[in-house]
Design a binder for this molecule. Sequence first.
Ligand code: TAP
Length: 480
Amino acid sequence: MSFLEYAPAPESRAILSLKPEYGLFIDGDFREGTGESFATISPADEKHIATIASASEADVDAAVVAARRAFDKTWSKMSGRDRGKYLFRIARLVQERARELAVAESLDNGKPIKESRDVDVPLVAAWFFYYAGWADKLDYAGLGADPKPLGVAGQVIPWNFPLLMLAWKIAPALAAGNTVVIKPAETTPLSALIFAEILQQADLPPGVVNIVTGAGSTGAAIVRHPDVDKVAFTGSTGVGREIAKSVAGTDKKLTLELGGKAANIVFEDAPIDQAIEGIVNGIFFNQGHVCCAGSRLLVQESIHDEVVDRLKSRLSTLRLGDPLDKNTDIGAINSREQLDRIRELSRIGEEEGAERWSADCVIPDNGFWFAPTIFTNVQASHRIARDEIFGPVLSVLTFRTPSEAIDKANNTPYGLSAGIWSDKGSRILAVADRLRAGVVWANTFNRFDPSSPFGGYKESGYGREGGRHGLAAYLKGARA
Ligand code: TAP
């Protein structure tokens, strides 16, 4: 099957040449999987992209054996300076192949190409550059004298930022001297497999990174493998709980990056044009498939009507459609399963009495699509105010006083992120101080930087990724 069928944008066509089938990347080479292979499809039109190998328990074992050997014989013996050189090389190769990676990501995930091109892929390179810089400076990270790697890291990642989540996991692990077995999500394996080619181009020693594709059972096999020293998981809170149980009673280290239901709090003195853009970016970026999405808008009562009217006008200008078209603002929902979940929660929202408004978009005939949607008259007890929808759906609640805003913002089992919009610095600092959220943005939203630690409170998980703190998760006895 040719890629040409999928790429309407002429410049995209020449960039990506896909193989019809992809194997598992173990010990530096691609090999067949012994599990039943599966298809990865484009969520924009449901067309087959490629056939992907599935890793059985035996394949996972082979990957862990390769990672252990590479750890013992090569990677843990190498100087930090040399490890850093590999990471710099990987970062540069990501930049060189940036357009190809962006097209693959948008094709497989459904996200708009302008996001994969301008956000995902540049951040992937930035993450490798950043941790490359740390590799020979671990002694100065303030994480203890003579820090030592843990060994083999088993990593399981979700589908919403396939390549970026891979970078968040692999870059600090390698910088700290660990080797890796990683599983991408079943619906988005493509960019990870192109990344495996980049590792070959970079001459990374065999076994240092092993990429095993497959379903949840492949992830579970990694997590319970007795020779894995560290488990790093990003995904849903439900699966995170299962993983925590599976790891309990072993001496594996665990970090969990789980779900969220962030409050984006807009005070009446906020710079309103900027806030409207921030609210839109907060929830409609990446179709709302963002763990830290500003999915609950808490708006001060006095400006509620103005904000909602302006949001509706702004959303009416967004273009929904082909992810590979650079004018697209809203791409496809990643899978039918996710679309069903978004539809179901939206139906429940209406049933519970919230008022639904959806942008009047033309929805393509094939593929998985959901128009940007706002719910007003939302009560804190509604499911759409409590459950993570993970889609382009904003629930609007109101507040009168800062204390009420803080109480409502914290009234969630999650605690990953929050946003505050106000003209007063003192108010921003006072409110931020009382929010139980790992990241609090002020007069902006969804900003990421490799030097900035990211992670949650409560059911959003534990441990931090990014920055100096992200290294601690991969070093013996280190506390950030
Ligand atoms: P999950 O269904 O939890 O899947 C995440 C990964 O775990 C996938 O690779 C999945 O494989 C695998 N998996 C499934 N069952 C498993 C098991 N029993 N043992 C080990 N691995 C298993 O999440 P998702 O739907 O892909 O992602 C959405 C969730 O991720 C949202 O809740 C979102 O908030 C969260 N998320 C959090 C963050 C941070 S940084 N906190 C960032 C991004 C996303 P399959 O793909 O084959 O099912």
